[in-house]
Write a protein that binds this ligand. Structure first.
Ligand SMILES: [Zn+2]
Length: 101
């Protein structure tokens, strides 16, 4: 089954602008927290997709990624039923959040 049934997707305003937060729990697993419930409710990752990397910026950092990646996650909150999308890659600048990121 293709990611999101092959339909286009993009994160909504519910997750953009710093509204989607996450953290580790007792171990090293990382959890996305529902921005609607906003009470620490963990979102289920329904599916994920490796996305093609079309460009990769060389940076003058002491260490650089060995391989570019871009992952999309389809998130779901079992309490409020929010479904949304978020992406993670290793190409964005590693600056302070909010400075253009
Ligand atoms: Zn929720």
């Amino acid at each position: 089954m293709p990611f999101n049934n092959g339909k286009p997707y993009h994160g909504s305003q519910a997750v953009e602008g710093g509204r989607l937060k996450g953290r580790t729990g007792r171990t090293d697993y990382f959890f996305f927290l529902c921005p609607i419930c906003n009470d620490g409710q963990i979102m289920r990752i329904l599916e994920y997709e490796f996305r093609p990397v079309t460009r990769f910026v060389e940076r003058s950092e002491k260490k650089t990624p060995k391989e570019p990646f871009n992952l999309a996650f389809h998130l779901y909150c079992p309490i409020c039923q929010l479904e949304d999308f978020v992406k993670i890659d290793n190409d964005h600048r590693a600056d302070k959040i909010g400075e253009g990121l």
